[in-house]
Ligand binder design. Sequence first.
Ligand SMILES: Nc1nc2c(c(=O)[nH]1)N[C@H]1C(S)=C(S)[C@@H](COP(=O)(O)O)O[C@H]1N2
Ligand SMILES: [Mo]
Length: 297
Amino acid sequence: MAYRWKNDLTRADVTPKSMWLNRRQIIAGAAGVGLVGSSAYAQDALTPNSKSDIESYNNFYEFGTGKEDPARNAGKLDTSNWTIAVDGLVDNPGEYSLNDLIGGLTVEERIYRFRCVEAWSMVVPWNGIELADILDRVGVQSSAKYVAFETVVQPENMIGVQRNVIPFPYVEGLRLDEARHPLTIMATGIYGEPMANQNGAPIRLVVPWKYGFKSIKSIVRISLVDEQPPSTWNLINAREYGFYSNVNPNVSHPRWSQATERKIGGGLFAARQDTLMFNGYDEVAGLYEGMDLATFY
Ligand SMILES: Nc1nc2c(c(=O)[nH]1)N[C@H]1C(S)=C(S)[C@@H](COP(=O)(O)O)O[C@H]1N2
Ligand SMILES: [Mo]
């Protein structure tokens, strides 16, 4: 399968097929109109960001609203003896240790493009487990339709929680078929090492075709439910942040265009790159057949 990636594959193999084709199209297109510089730009769109980019420019409001705040403050997050409550419509509910939840499951490297709703992006080499494998372990009942997630709250360790910058706990959700899609992972590492606290240690969601805020960090609860669960940014401002939040260059945020993005790490004068439908992961399109993607944003 295209996205059952192994660590010993080449960069071409680890790039999602749609992105690879897309890149060739971009290069061919650029050559056709003589834009020599543009092929370098297309190549850059697929090059993983440095570890230091990924660990120093973050959104994690529990540790403050500035991009440098999480790197400065998340050292206080206590990740020892981490447990994850699994509840709702499951055969095996309970308070799982990390090892009980994911021990023995296949950890893969996934080099994913990551697009924040604020119109910046990165490419991140995650290490993680398909969420579907975890769902199989806990036994999802047939009446379940959505998966809800919740982030840890450690008020004494979280300056953003002390200052009440947004409502906590941070919550997110996916439709069950989105959660089961092979691209959806629970990440535990980056560049082959345990992930830094500011990236959502010890375990966070990664849904590469959706805006970054869907990829909830430092998860302590997974609930299988039959109704669409609340999601933090939708609760804060439903007009600006939908439940689905699929990356879509054609649907502007009320306050800015989503047609292009700035890749972090490119320097002040780097060209913006085009944002792609589903962030380039066209293989998810079938999940939304018959839905008006301008309405279900
Ligand atoms: N718990 C929690 N999860 C969160 C956030 C947050 O503030 N709190 N920010 C989200 C947003 S807006 C983005 S863009 C990504 C950023 O992930 P990164 O810092 O690893 O790049 O995390 C998402 N997950
Ligand atoms: Mo974001």
